[in-house]
Ligand binder design. Sequence first.
Ligand SMILES: *Cc1c(COP(=O)(O)O)cnc(C)c1O
Length: 393
Amino acid sequence: MTYQADEKGYYGEFGGAYIPEMLYPNVEELRQQYVQIMQEESFQKEFKQLLKDYVGRPTPLYFASRLSDKYNTKIYLKREDLCHTGAHKVNNTVGQILMAKRLGKNRVIAETGAGQHGVATATVCALMGIECIVYMGEIDIARQAPNVARMKLLGATVIPAKSGSRTLKDATNEAIRDWINNPINTHYIIGSVVGPHPYPDMVARFQSVISEEIKIQLLEKEGREAPDYVVACVGGGSNAAGIYYHYLDNPDVGIIAVEAAGKGVLSGESAATSALGKEGIIHGSKTLLMQTEDGQITEPYSISAGLDYPGIGPMHANLFRSGRAEFISVTDADAMKAGQELAKLEGIIPAIETSHALAIFEDRKFEKDDIVVLNLSGRGDKDLSTYIDYFNL
Ligand SMILES: *Cc1c(COP(=O)(O)O)cnc(C)c1O
């Protein structure tokens, strides 16, 4: 019994590769090669070197003593906010740009919603001197101007998706169309543990460096590799997959996944996929997603752009369905309060995505000597204008 993907990319009943015929050669090329390439010594060497010297790993495992005092338990923060570009996403894009090079690709495409994944992709393309095209919904381009400027400064071309609701799913459609038309020279970098197999498994492996480091760091600090709980926010689920990865099949470690309830799970403005989602196919993968009676994808809502996604990765759908993980949903208001609290108690301003995970301590109580490791997925600089408006700063 394992909670990892099987040969065909299934996590229990979720996952797989539900793709149009014309995309098959591209996905198949990647599927046949990704594990072997990742295991090559030269690949591992270059990947680890870049994670160290470029991303700034290992990121600290910080014991948050004032936060721990307040909630009467032992809380450690895994400081992914200290990664280059300010969040965990770059772990994956560094891995995938090396994969693209090994596959002989000289052009990279990506889709982005809030722009965070677009920036992480543009960053590694600049690093490697590879052409970068980012598809982004026209509406998202208008509301995420700073990230659009970053991508352009990094040398990427940002192409607006003008069809449909002009947001993330339309940008995804454009990216897939591009890939079908450019199968030979182009690699498609997906930004979370979503999409057709092998993407969820490949992205999870790249992000697994997070729990690989925690095992060593916790052994040093507490004399054991495994905490009692690991906690992360879930948009698509990549930072969560990273912190869960090496503990998935250890039943002594509790897994907690935190979703965005938006204005409330039943308010009609929410992104709490496990609570609201039903089985369906999104982005080439069978998973849980928010949809109408007749299977149209519902527009999600969250104050945090990175959690504003109508599905979750198949790993997490299986963790939910099997009961392996505990799912908690947190409203905008509770997340904002928790973000402000961390700033005042620990001098760390978190990304609003991360603030959702931090908000669980108000209601979810732990034992005094429980060790709880929370993934501090990103820093709050990008969210400053939201914090300013919300708190009238
Ligand atoms: C993008 C993002 C997330 C959500 O993405 P996952 O794939 O679920 O990790 C969470 N936190 C931050 C800081 C992000 O930028």
